[in-house]
Design a protein around this ligand. Structure first.
Ligand code: ADP
Length: 619
């Protein structure tokens, strides 16, 4: 008999130590994680068996718990797909799996462990390794469906693991936990019954407990909850179903349960989470809704049930309108699938709107977590863009709470016909931007867009309700004609007074700017940089920058504030005698404006030199 010994991949031991010791208060969730793996294995076997009948189990899929409290042993068996030797190395020998890894990275960087812990578990789940929270030795005996040999994987969760040939009749997996002394409660029938009810009641396969006489009792409800009438389902049932089907720990923000009849028939029981899942921004942007056909699980990997901007939805869609035997590719192209998706989007939108009416503060919190994802729809979902924008919320320069576009438009003063916005990569920078000054002086509100996706969707959506989106950091915006009751009218500087200064700045900064002029909007800052009206679009500039970090972008226009004492002093200085310091000041005006836009000055050394010189002169 050959035993192969393996050490865990680099750092795995250390990482395991964190899982085992940091999750102390939530130890009991190990059972849910193992049951959920068993349930996945049963689903996988059913699905693969529908392609290759030889893989199907002879008996109904089930999960069996067997406990010996005195011996401190708990066994969890399933007749699912099983693992062969290579699978064991791959699936149980590494901790590279994105969820566990992300979870641990987060845990390590999270100083406030106690407060963050439950929340983190909610986001990530911890998977197979959670077994080591309660066991000091774990054995996995498994036979993969369609193969003849079984293997045993064994580990103490500290240094490594071994794999050796083993005996097992039917395909499937048995996980044996040798419980730590302090954790022998997990081999008590009472405790197991309670935990299965609490965490795994809605697992779609029977979870059975074997007693000393070999009698089996089913512990979970094993019903398709979505087939019941909503009035017969309690909020607790919904939550526990959501937690089990979505592998989540939070409360659902939305529960959407309804049945569509007519041309296309389906039932959906969908949930919007309240806590963002860890993989929300994975590049794949996969959705995880479970697709059933007549109560038979088909896949949790069907990306066409909902658009990507709704990928955070969890739950079940069950339909008799799709053909069980069609391949995944066919499924995706099927007309029925398109219809289901359309209906789901409509339903989700209407539920979100209801929620906004009922509790808009709660929606604002939800928006804070999921808004970035929903806004992807503004960019890529032509069909739904107009609808999506209605549920979008924005920060703005004049309001402390989030606002809708509708509310923005309603509050526009007489004479304002466009929607003003400012993009920035950072909210803290945006709120103090000199671009806002003229608008602030007249109490004109400006949307502050700081998510990367904002640059993209705004390019796709030139207007909303006949109001154009206008960037205030671009071109010249005439806000003189906009009425404002509260703000005193500022005397705007006369550009004619600054002809020489402007000419000098243009000459000094010839390589750096496309033009210089007196600003119509600055009130307190001496300068700002604006994009040329018809120059390269900001989105384009951003994409160019992503490809070439040295890309500077199109030269901007330097606007100076004629009402500012510095600018006045520069104008009255004697150009012939003070050439050098005036050039330094022009450059500093430019560099300062760059900094306020979140950029690093083009020539950092020169900038520091100039600044030092001016500091020195000021004494
Ligand atoms: P996850 O389930 O999120 O992938 P886990 O750490 O829980 O991560 O499990 C790792 C992998 O081990 C699973 O993806 C699966 O391939 C395999 N596995 C775990 N338990 C079983 C089981 N009972 N039957 C078959 N494979 C399993």
């Amino acid at each position: 008999m050959t035993i192969s010994n393996h050490t865990f991949e680099a750092d795995t031991g250390k990482i395991l130590d964190i899982v085992i010791n940091s999750l102390y208060s939530q130890k009991e969730i190990f059972l849910r994680e193992l049951i959920s793996n068993a349930s996945d294995a049963l689903n996988k076997r059913r699905v693969e068996g529908s392609v290759d009948g030889a893989l199907l189990a002879e008996t109904v899929g089930e999960i069996v718990l067997e406990a010996h409290e005195k011996k401190k042993i708990l066994k969890i068996s399933d007749n699912g797909i099983g693992l062969d030797e290579a699978d064991m190395v791959e699936a149980l020998g590494t901790i590279a799996r994105s969820g566990t890894k992300a979870f641990l990275d987060n845990l390590q960087s999270n100083d406030d462990k106690d407060a963050g812990e439950a929340n983190l578990i909610g986001q990530f789940g911890v998977g197979f390794y959670s077994a080591f929270m309660v066991a000091d030795k774990v054995e996995v005996v498994s036979k993969k469906a369609g193969t003849d040999s079984a293997f045993k994987w064994e580990s103490d969760g500290a240094t490594g693991y071994s794999i050796e040939p083993a005996e097992r009749d039917a395909a499937g997996t048995t996980i044996t936990l040798h419980l730590k002394k302090a954790d022998k409660e997990y081999a008590s029938d009472v405790r197991l019954r309670h935990l299965v009810k609490k965490y795994s009641d809605h697992v779609a396969h029977p979870i059975k407990l074997v007693d000393d006489n070999g009698e089996m009792t089913t512990l979970n409800t094993v019903e398709a909850l979505w087939t019941k009438a909503p009035k017969d389902i309690s909020p607790e049932d919904y939550k526990s179903f959501y937690n089990s089907v979505g592998a989540t720990y939070d409360d659902p923000f939305l529960t959407i349960h309804n049945k569509a009849e007519g041309a296309i028939e389906f039932t959906n029981l969908l949930f919007a989470p309240s806590t963002p899942p860890f993989d929300l921004f994975d590049p794949e942007r996969n959705s995880k809704i479970n697709l059933y056909i007549n109560r038979v699980f088909i896949t949790d990997d069907c990306n066409d049930l909902v658009p990507k901007w709704l990928r955070f939805l969890r739950g079940v869609v069950d339909t008799p309108s799709l053909d069980l035997n069609v391949s995944r590719e066919m499924l995706q192209q099927s007309v029925s699938m398109g219809k289901i998706r359309k209906a789901i989007v409509k339903k989700v939108m209407s539920e979100i709107k209801k929620k906004i009416k009922k509790n808009s503060e709660a929606y604002d919190v939800f928006w804070g977590n999921f808004g970035k994802v929903i806004k992807e729809g503004l960019y890529e979902d032509n069909e739904n863009r107009e609808k999506i924008v209605e549920i979008c919320r924005f920060q703005s320069s004049q309001k402390s709470a989030l606002i809708s576009l509708e509310a923005y438009i309603e509050a526009m003063p007489d004479g304002q016909s466009d929607i003003y916005y400012l993009t920035s990569d950072d909210m803290a920078k945006a709120v103090v931007s000199p671009h806002l000054e003229g608008f602030a002086a007249k109490n004109i509100d400006v949307l502050l867009l700081t998510d990367p996706i904002d640059e993209f969707w705004i390019g796709m959506m030139p207007e909303y309700k006949d109001k154009k989106f206008i960037s205030i950091s671009r071109g010249e915006i005439d806000i003189d004609s906009i009425k404002s009751d509260d703000a005193p009218k500022e005397d705007s500087a006369d550009a004619d007074d600054y002809v020489e200064l402007i000419a000098m700045i243009k000459a000094d900064l010839a390589e750096l700017i496309s033009d210089a002029r007196i600003s119509k909007t600055l009130t307190s800052s001496p300068s700002r940089l604006v994009a040329v009206e018809n120059g390269m679009d900001i989105q384009m500039e951003r994409m160019m920058k992503a490809q070439n970090p040295n890309f500077e972008g199109a030269p901007k226009i330097l606007e100076i504030n004629g009402g500012h004492d510095l600018i006045k002093a520069m104008q009255s200085a004697k150009p012939q005698e003070q050439t050098e310091i005036l050039k330094d000041l022009s450059l500093l005006l430019f560099e300062q404006a760059q900094i306020l836009d979140g950029k690093i000055p083009h020539d950092t050394q020169g900038f520091a030199r100039r600044l030092t010189k001016v500091m020195h002169l000021s004494l």
